[in-house]
Design a protein around this ligand. Structure first.
Ligand SMILES: *[C@@H]1O[C@H](CO)[C@@H](O)[C@H](O)[C@H]1NC(C)=O
Ligand SMILES: *[C@@H]1O[C@H](CO)[C@@H](O)[C@H](O)[C@H]1NC(C)=O
Ligand SMILES: *[C@@H]1O[C@H](CO)[C@@H](O)[C@H](O)[C@H]1NC(C)=O
Ligand SMILES: *[C@@H]1O[C@H](CO)[C@@H](O)[C@H](O)[C@H]1NC(C)=O
Ligand SMILES: *[C@@H]1O[C@H](CO)[C@@H](O)[C@H](O)[C@H]1NC(C)=O
Length: 442
């Protein structure tokens, strides 16, 4: 604890006080010193500061905020970690790109609520609030969220959950606040000695029909598929379960996924640069157990089979052209280079668009939604008409499969289609009339 910056001010005010209140102030100050040095505080105000070596602990004792050194590094970072877990498990880092090279780092909240991490008078990290606070308080909550509040207001003027590092905790929104242009995404640590941003990133797209991408540099590595009312189309394993509840919110203002715990336990999900995976761990019997991970199999490799092909992991080869399509290059296809994908047996002509029909394909992960359109009010019949009417529309389906409602349509090539043994979705693909045979969809 270092109170030198506020010392002068306090001494001045003591001069005008009587002895008793001075004693009270001193006692309070001592009590405060005692509390912070034993890490019992869960918050700090502008008159306090958090020096390297001090910590604040959330009320129920789940999480700690303080300075740490990762792995074998000597650098110091301000971060949040699980308190009761012996191997320090860091879930958030403030100064990811500006490490402190000595133990003189200090965290302060100033009188308007802005946060500053300072090393010998130079600011290494700062965060500003949405609006100026009158009585700011920086508090670490038991879900691991570090928040700035003002007086008795419950609104957060700033929160660490809006600026995640590599870890998704329960109660954290993953995705966009479209009004503020805030993209809450997860960026892997470079390595376990260095929390600076690696090139493995998970983020929510905000196309017309949002879905999550895992990026490796500028390459899409894995795609979740769009939300279908129950789950992401590409994650049929995401089912109601006793551990956590989840939901997806998409409207004019927001596009996010959120997970909340149903039980009191430690769980964390993170993007891991080491093995290019998004992993969920739960703490059981003295260790972190891997609970789930993505991508899960070869067919999760983004666009492995190219356009108009499906990937079925139990097939050999895993890639097959959809009915009505053939390899663009048979030679390449036969040598198991599927990247060029498939093309129609019979080309479509826009002049004949009204003669086209649709073939129903089932059990799929819906194709990439970069060029798509969504209308949550339309039914399937209206959706078909909408698609048929526009000859760049290649496919349509219900956007919400719970009761079969809403309309999603795709323009251009359909890529990254996976076939599931169970839990996949229907997709209606535009076809030349000669390809429709008996399965014409009216
Ligand atoms: C720490 O960084 C400062 C500023 O970048 C530099 O001047 C100083 O020499 C460094 N100290 C050590 C111990 O590396
Ligand atoms: C609080 O900190 C911010 C960011 O460092 C700074 O811009 C602002 O002037 C500070 N406010 C006061 C009252 O010191
Ligand atoms: C920071 O200040 C301390 C004590 O005043 C000093 O020992 C240290 O060398 C300084 N560090 C830097 C990076 O200037
Ligand atoms: C990342 O994955 C590697 C390899 O599976 C694992 O050893 C490591 O513990 C993971 N990192 C974290 C922070 O869990
Ligand atoms: C078809 O859809 C595309 C993409 O939304 C749009 O640019 C185009 O204007 C539409 N064409 C017709 C005829 O509606």
């Amino acid at each position: 604890m270092d109170t030198s910056s506020t010392g002068t001010k306090e001494v001045k005010s003591w001069e005008s006080m009587d002895l008793l209140s001075s004693i009270l102030v001193v006692t309070n100050l001592l009590f405060f010193l005692f509390k912070i040095s034993y890490g019992v505080l869960d918050s700090i105000t502008p008159s306090q500061r958090l020096s390297d070596g001090d910590t604040i602990v959330s009320r129920e004792g789940n999480f700690v905020l303080g300075f740490f050194s990762p792995g074998s590094s000597k650098n110091r970072y301000l971060g949040i970690w699980h308190r009761s877990i012996p191997d320090q498990t860091v879930v958030w880092v403030a100064n990811r790109v500006h490490p402190i090279n000595d133990t003189f780092g200090i965290l302060m909240i100033n009188s308007t609520g802005n946060l500053n991490v300072i090393q010998n008078n130079s600011v290494v990290w700062s965060a500003s609030t949405l609006k100026e606070a009158q009585n700011p308080l920086l508090q670490l909550l038991d879900n691991g969220n570090l928040v700035v509040t003002d007086g008795n207001s419950e609104d957060y003027l700033w929160q660490s959950f809006d600026y995640p590092s590599d870890t998704m905790l329960s109660g954290m929104k993953f995705g966009w606040d479209l009004k503020r242009g805030l993209n809450r995404r997860f960026i892997a640590w470079k390595n376990w000695d260095d929390p600076s941003p690696g090139n493995f990133i998970m983020e929510m797209t905000h196309h017309n029909y949002p879905e999550a991408y895992l990026w490796q540099g500028s390459t899409i590595y894995f795609r979740s598929g769009p939300w279908n009312g129950y789950r992401f189309s590409g994650l049929p394993g995401l089912k109601p379960n006793p551990l956590f509840a989840f939901k997806f919110v998409f409207n004019q203002d927001e596009a996010y996924f959120i997970c909340t715990l149903k039980q009191s336990l430690h769980t964390r999900s993170l993007v891991n640069q080491t093995n290019s995976m998004f992993q969920r761990f739960t703490w059981t019997e003295q260790s972190w157990k891997l609970h789930s991970y993505h991508p899960t199999d070869f067919c999760d490799t983004y666009a492995l089979c190219g356009a108009y092909a499906r990937c079925l992991v139990t097939d050999f080869p895993v890639c097959q052209c959809l009915n009505g399509f053939k390899p663009k290059s048979q030679q390449r296809w036969d040598s198991m280079d599927w990247s060029q994908g498939c093309a129609r047996n019979k080309r479509l002509s826009c002049e004949e668009k009204s003669t086209h029909g649709f073939l129903k394909f089932s059990g799929l992960k819906l194709p990439d939604t970069t060029h798509s359109w969504l209308n949550t009010k339309m039914n399937l019949k209206e959706c078909r008409a909408e698609c048929l009417n526009n000859c760049s529309c290649m496919a349509y389906t219900n956007s919400d499969i719970r009761e079969g409602s809403g309309c999603a349509i795709w323009f251009g090539d359909l890529v990254d289609i996976k076939q599931f043994p169970a839990g996949g979705q229907d997709l209606y693909i535009r076809m030349h009339p000669s390809e429709l045979g008996m399965s014409l969809i009216l």
